[in-house]
Each structure stands twice: as structure tokens, then as C-alpha cells.
Design a protein around this ligand. Structure first.
Ligand code: ADP
Length: 388
């Protein structure tokens, strides 16, 4: 049997050197592993600290919807104890208080398909803590270390926030509502004085009263717009869906805007192919409000001699309507906010900044989309779609 003694000295040295190298490699590997483990541990502690300090309640679930962990905010908000939470299935939590149908839909149907869902509002009456409005956000992630899917579910309690918003809206609309009556009465008396029913007026008095009447009219319009907008916001408008022929409605509105347009020598026309089927299932009163708003704006912001063109396109399952003008256009930096309530390009303008907000709400109530395009050569084109 051969031993190291029998090997030539040179070969022995080579083998010893190789052994030393292997030992060094193994040591480096062990150090690397230690570092990686420490890094993973550091990352976990870091993530756990972020979760703990988050103000929003958060649950970490496994793929079977069993709770792996919850943060402090979850326990405080929903008044549950860690020992009754961790390792429970979410629907079993607190005497099945969390067995909420919309939550089931989100976790079992939407999340597996989309991997996430954002800003879902859910209302629920909890036997222990009462009525709650919650904003849910979730992410499905793959946990490399345990080789399984995990769900991060953030449940924000927005009950107080919604209550404050409602109160603010109620105060504002109550205020507007209470102003409306005295305004209508004042307008009535003013027009009787102007008509000479309270005696003869000098020309100067008549002029002053007419200015007051026109200003009062603006305030009145502003209040009506605000009350209408508040109703849309609060979802208080009852929609009556019937078949509505868009081309016929547009022609009707063009006809009633003609006088205003003629004052500025503006031409308004409708373009569409004869074969276009423009019947949509919609609320006729709202559709008229929508068309009127866009035509009003186009005429208001177009100089004398300009052109306003309405185009209707049949897109099969939907109708595309565009209102194009040769007017002032809208500066690029204002475009992202143009449909926001109370937003006006010129802060000194007399409008309420509610027209386009109402327009957008109407389109969205019908499941459509609205957008604006301003070409560098001037003019704006407002386009919207409506489902057939
Ligand atoms: P308002 O009721 O005050 O007119 P809108 O919500 O209808 O408010 O419009 C918001 C702003 O958008 C207006 O201040 C106006 O400057 C701008 N705007 C709307 N339509 C047009 C248009 N066709 N051309 C140019 N600017 C427009």
C-alpha cells in the first residue's frame, strides 16, 4: 500500500498546496454564507420594522389566507389580540367578523388573477367595533426563502375621513341651498323694478339696476352649478336610461346655441357619416347637459369668425363624440387639472370651474371616458366615448 512517504516530494507539495487552496475556498464560502444570512436577517428585521411602524393596519397572509403576521396598527384598530390573530384564517378571525363578501371576492378572485388590487373601498358592520369604511390595498409576492406565495393586505380605516368629507359637503350644499332662495326673490324684485312696476326710473338708475341684475345672475348660476355638482358627487342623481340618438341630441343643442354663436359669427356644424348608428343607452337629460357644456365652452373660448365642429364616430361597441374649436386652446401645464372641480385656467374668469367636472362625472356615470387635446396651432378638441 502506498503512503505519502512513497510519493515524490514534489507531488506531495502540490497536493498540500491544492488542499490549502480548497480549505481557503471553503472558508470564503462559509464567510459568504454567513454574510448572506446576516444580510437576509438584516433585511427581514428592516422589513419587520417598517411594517410595525406603518400607521395603516397590515396583515401578512399565506396563499391559503392564513394570517402569518399582523402589525400593531391592525391590533389597535380592529381591537384583536395577537394570540387570536396569528395562525388563524382571515375569515375565522374574531367570530368570523371578517367573512365579508367583497373581501372574499378581492382575495379569491381578483388577487390570483392580477397579483394586486388598489384602493378598494369596503363597508362593513363589525359586531365589536361598529360600522367601518375601509380602503383595501393588496400585493401578492413570492417569498424566495420559504418558496411560497404571500399576500400583503393593507386595511386603512377611512370611516372618519369619509364622515368629515360628508359633513363638509353637507355644510357647503346647505349654505348654497339657503342662499338660493333669497337670490331668486331678489332677482324677482329687481326685474319688477327694471320693468317699471315700482315707478319710472331715470336712464342712469335703469343702467345701474341692469348691472346689478346681471351680476346677481352670475351668482345664481354659480350656486345652481354648485348644487348640481354636489348632487352628482353625493350620487343623488337618479339616472333614467333610455335609447338616446346622439346625432339628434347634438343637432338639437346646436340649434339652441346658434343665437349665441351668431353673435360672434361662429359657425357650428355636425359631421358624421350617414350610416353611423349613434344610439346609446343613456340618461337623456344628462347627455343634453354634457353636450351643452362642451358647446358653451367652445363658443365662449373661440374668437369671432371661428369654427366649432362636432364629429360623431360609430366605433362598433361605442360612440366617439368630439367637439373641436378654433379658439384659444388650453396651455399645456393646465391640461392635467382641467376636469377638476373649481379649476379655472384664468382665475379671474367669471365661471365656476364646475362645468367640465360635471361633464366628466356624467361621462363616467355612463361608463365612458373623456379627454382633451390641444394642438400647437391653436384650438381644443374635447372627446368622449359612450357605450352603445
Ligand atoms: P367654467 O364653468 O368656469 O367655464 P369649466 O369647468 O367649464 O369651467 O372649464 C374650466 C376651464 O377650462 C375654464 O376656466 C376654461 O379656461 C377652460 N376651458 C374649457 N373649455 C375650453 C375650450 N373649449 N377652450 C379653451 N379653454 C377651455
Amino acid at each position: 500500500m502506498k503512503t505519502d512517504k512513497d510519493k515524490p516530494k514534489e507531488k506531495l507539495k502540490i497536493e498540500q498546496r491544492e488542499l490549502r487552496h480548497m480549505l481557503k475556498d471553503a472558508e470564503a464560502l462559509a464567510t459568504g454564507l454567513k454574510l448572506a444570512k446576516a444580510e437576509a436577517q438584516g433585511a427581514r428585521i428592516y422589513a419587520e420594522n417598517i411594517i410595525e411602524t406603518m400607521r395603516e393596519p397590515l396583515l401578512v397572509l399565506d396563499e391559503n389566507l392564513k394570517i402569518l403576521s399582523a402589525n400593531r396598527s391592525f391590533y389597535a384598530t380592529f381591537k384583536v389580540k395577537p394570540e387570536a390573530t396569528v395562525e388563524s384564517y382571515i375569515y375565522d378571525l374574531g367570530n368570523r367578523q371578517w367573512d365579508i363578501p367583497p373581501l372574499r371576492l378581492l382575495l379569491e378572485r381578483i388577487l390570483p388573477r392580477k397579483n394586486h388590487f388598489d384602493d378598494f373601498e369596503v363597508e362593513h358592520d363589525f359586531p365589536s367595533i361598529g360600522h367601518k369604511i375601509m380602503m383595501l390595498n393588496a400585493r401578492q409576492i413570492y417569498h424566495e426563502e420559504i418558496g411560497r406565495r404571500m399576500i400583503l393586505l393593507v386595511i386603512e380605516d377611512i370611516t372618519e375621513m369619509r364622515k368629515k368629507e360628508r359633513e363638509k359637503r353637507n355644510i357647503l350644499s346647505m349654505f348654497a341651498h339657503d342662499m338660493k332662495n333669497p337670490l331668486v326673490v331678489s332677482e324677482g324684485f329687481l326685474s319688477r323694478i327694471i320693468l317699471g312696476k315700482a315707478g319710472t326710473l331715470t336712464e342712469k338708475q335703469l343702467n345701474y339696476l341692469k348691472i346689478a341684475q346681471s351680476e346677481l345672475g352670475k351668482v345664481s348660476l354659480l350656486i345652481s352649478n354648485f348644487l348640481e355638482f354636489s348632487k352628482y358627487e353625493a350620487g343623488e342623481f337618479k339616472t333614467v336610461f333610455t335609447p338616446v340618438d346622439m346625432q339628434a341630441e347634438i343637432l338639437k343643442n346646436i340649434e339652441s346655441e346658434k343665437m349665441e354663436a351668431e353673435k360672434k359669427q361662429i359657425t357650428i356644424s355636425l359631421e358624421s357619416s350617414d350610416s353611423a348608428n349613434s344610439v346609446v343607452h343613456a340618461d337623456a337629460a344628462m347627455i343634453n347637459r354634457l353636450i351643452r357644456n362642451l358647446l358653451d365652452n367652445a363658443i365662449k373660448h373661440t374668437d369671432s369668425g371661428g369654427v366649432v365642429t362636432v364629429r360623431v364616430t360609430d366605433r362598433g361597441t361605442e360612440i366617439l363624440v368630439s367637439v373641436k374649436d378654433t379658439g384659444t386652446g388650453i396651455p399645456k401645464d393646465h391640461l392635467p387639472y382641467i376636469f377638476d372641480a373649481f379649476y379655472r385656467v384664468d382665475r379671474n374668469s367669471k365661471g365656476s370651474g364646475l362645468g367640465l367636472a360635471i361633464t366628466k362625472t356624467i361621462v363616467e356615470l355612463h361608463g365612458g371616458k373623456i379627454w382633451v387635446h390641444c394642438s400647437p396651432s391653436g384650438g381644443s378638441t374635447f372627446s368622449f366615448t359612450l357605450m352603445k
